[in-house]
Design a protein around this ligand. Structure first.
Ligand SMILES: CC(C)(COP(=O)(O)OP(=O)(O)OC[C@H]1O[C@@H](n2cnc3c(N)ncnc32)[C@H](O)[C@@H]1OP(=O)(O)O)[C@@H](O)C(=O)NCCC(=O)NCCS
Length: 188
């Protein structure tokens, strides 16, 4: 599949509970609900976003698609149109064989298996259609839910990046995870 087409028209996926679709400008209001939540953003070592920053961020993510910088999806509960979380590929290496996966979820839905459900179609798409060979993630070492999620999905822990993130006056470690195409179950 041609990369230009992939970036221009990312697909939509349905799971049991979710509709996972490409991000749109009109998602800013829903995204602001959790991107402005300190309890969410501190999990990845960032300040909460203001409304203006959230709007600019969504515009940037859409622009990213034309410069092959990232692909963002949001997901909604099926039958509803309000985004409760997002997931993405970003940090592509120049040959587009490796990318980083990112994700965040509204706090009201934490711990109900939503992200475990949202990410598999994105991962399958990354390997089967985007041509990735390896997917990476680097959560803060103290972000236990994110590390559990990655292990459940089959990612391997590949080590620790010591004191890599400076946040609220402290240097924090990141844990490094990788998933290879050969590690991922083939579609049945
Ligand atoms: C990380 C995050 C996406 C997990 O999403 P989720 O839908 O709550 O995760 P799931 O319910 O699918 O569960 C995944 C694993 O995390 C564990 N988990 C979820 N919430 C947890 C919590 N508050 N404390 C401890 N473990 C937790 C689950 O128990 C599960 O592991 P298990 O099956 O061994 O029990 C969500 O917590 C989040 O959005 N956090 C803030 C943003 C963030 O950290 N993004 C990632 C940056 S790297």
């Amino acid at each position: 599949m041609k990369l230009d087409r992939v970036f221009a028209h990312p697909p939509t996926f349905n799971t049991d509970r979710l509709r996972v679709r490409p991000i749109e400008l009109t998602d800013a209001k829903a995204l602001f609900e959790f991107m402005s939540d300190r309890k969410v953003t501190e999990r990845y070592g960032q300040k909460p976003r203001t409304w203006e920053e959230t709007q600019a961020w969504v515009r940037d993510r859409l622009a990213d698609r034309s410069r092959r910088g990232s692909i963002y999806w949001v997901f909604t509960l099926r039958g509803d149109s309000v985004a409760i979380g997002s997931c993405c590929y970003w940090n592509f290496e120049p040959g587009f064989r490796t990318a980083e996966i990112g994700y965040e979820l509204h706090r009201a839905h934490w711990g109900t298996g939503i992200m475990t459900e949202a990410l598999p179609p994105i991962i399958s798409y990354g390997f089967a259609r985007l041509g990735l060979h390896r997917i990476e993630a680097s959560p803060l070492a103290e972000n236990r839910p994110s590390r559990r999620l990655l292990l459940k999905l089959g990612f391997k822990n590949e080590g620790r990046l010591r004191q890599r993130v400076f946040f609220r006056g402290r240097y924090l470690d990141q844990s490094y995870y990788g998933l290879l195409r050969e590690d991922w179950p083939k579609p049945s």
